[in-house]
Design a protein around this ligand. Structure first.
Ligand code: PMP
Length: 418
């Protein structure tokens, strides 16, 4: 008799930890939003200060983007009903590609349905039999999945350990395998930066090609919001940069930008581009408006406010003795305020209770529990927005102040009653 594939469904349904969280109303996932992910979002019938969205510049929900999405849908319809290759390319797709290439000072760009499919398509098209992908252990799942889909070998090095990367590069370069190094520039759970200077130097030294994922940096960091490679003045040393419109830029869809011949190859070889419907016009209309704002003086002001807000929250949480990492420091001694703050929790159940306590106090945050993070590394993740006001941040700090007191003077079990 063959095994039943659905047996794992029953095992999951009876997964004791999940049941325990559900029974206590502690399951932090699939919370329903009743409006756009703005600084304060309606959730569960009440307004919550939203620290659980990557809407870093606060552009999602902005009436200019909503109107651009509306206009794009009126002009091109609600779906392109097909893949870019056959029938899913509109003028808008080309305009967005031109805008991205122009923004990053690259020869060309390609727009995908999402950031996820961008990494899937780029990596699996470029990496073939016998080739090697080297990635940081904290890289986004889309890099890992792209590398798995590719027929080459995937080797991960310990997070930000450049000595480990060099060892893998030395070994791989002693064969005639093609090598792709793929790293996030801002790590989505930790909120720290890749050591892009070292990664670029090592990739060059060992003849590897370098793909960087700027998903959490585009519009947020660097000159003109171009991201971390540009901040490090290393854009020329990086072969391909990818990003998403679905975070700071307030739209949806993903992109990769780089040399014209590589982009052209991807256009006809990236399966995650060719065999799926193109990004709908509404998401791209919003993205184009988002890019325009991100590159304007207003975008610069929003980046400054975002950095100020993040710094303020980081200091306040640190003063409350939450173990938030300090802002990464750039080579010239300047702090880089990535807008993601990681608050470690003692264990999975306490993390879920901390989340619920904050939720009940009008603050929505993200939680990462095992298996999303290694065992013993449960955490809350806070994503700051430029549009959080001083009053919003005060509400967050007030909630964390009560939480800190509860965590020290009472057993965690009391948190929810709070
Ligand atoms: N890369 C990173 C680092 C991300 O955090 C994400 C989204 N969580 C993606 C890629 C995928 O982007 P999208 O949501 O547009 O698919």
């Amino acid at each position: 008799m063959s095994g039943d594939l659905f047996a794992k469904v029953r095992a999951y349904e009876s997964y004791a930890f999940r049941q325990e969280l559900e029974a206590q109303h502690l399951l932090p996932y699939f919370r329903v939003a009743e409006g756009p992910p703005t600084a304060v979002t309606m959730m569960g019938g009440a307004p919550r200060v939203n620290l659980g969205s990557s809407n870093y510049l606060g552009l999602s929900g902005d009436s200019r983007l909503t109107s651009a999405a509306h206009q794009a849908a009126l002009r091109y319809g609600t779906s392109v009903n097909g893949s870019r290759l056959m029938n899913g390319t509109t003028e808008l797709h080309l305009r967005v590609e031109e805008a991205v290439a122009n923004w990053f000072g690259e020869e060309d760009a390609l727009v995908f349905g999402t950031g996820y499919t961008t990494n899937l398509g780029v990596i699996s098209a470029l990496v073939g039999d016998g080739d090697v992908v080297l990635c940081d252990a904290a890289d986004h799942g889309s890099i890992v999945d792209g590398a798995r889909l590719a027929r080459g070998r995937l080797l991960a090095f310990r997070h930000n350990r450049m000595d480990r990367l060099e060892t893998l590069l030395r070994r791989a370069s002693s064969t005639d395998a093609g090598i792709l190094v793929a790293v996030d520039t801002v790590y989505s759970m930790q909120g720290d930066l890749s050591d892009i200077v070292a990664v670029t130097g090592l990739s060059r030294r060992y003849g590897a090609r370098l793909l960087v994922d700027e998903a959490h940096a585009v519009g947020v960091l660097g000159p003109d919001g171009q991201g971390v490679a540009a901040l490090a003045r290393l854009a020329d040393g990086v072969d391909l940069r990818m990003g998403t419109f679905s975070k700071a830029l307030g739209g949806s869809g993903g992109f990769v930008t780089g040399p014209a011949d590589v982009i052209d190859f991807l256009r006809v070889q990236a399966r995650a581009f060719m065999f799926t419907a193109a990004a709908p016009a509404s998401g791209l209309g919003a993205a184009l408006a988002g890019i325009e704002i991100a590159r304007s003086a207003e975008g610069e002001e929003r980046r400054e406010r975002l950095a100020t807000n993040t710094a303020r929250l980081r200091v306040a949480l640190t003063e409350l003795d939450f173990d938030v990492a300090p802002a990464p420091v750039w080579e010239n001694g300047i702090e880089v305020q990535t807008p993601i703050l990681r608050v470690p929790a003692p264990d999975d159940v306490t993390a879920a209770r901390m989340w619920r306590f904050l939720y009940d106090h009008g603050v929505y945050v993200n939680v990462a529990l095992y298996p999303a993070v290694p065992r013993g590394q449960a955490q809350l993740r806070l994503c700051v927005m430029a549009t959080h006001t001083a009053e919003h941040l005060e509400r967050v700090v007030d909630a964390f102040t009560v939480l800190a007191r509860k965590l020290t003077v009472r057993p965690a079990a009391d948190l929810v009653a709070g």
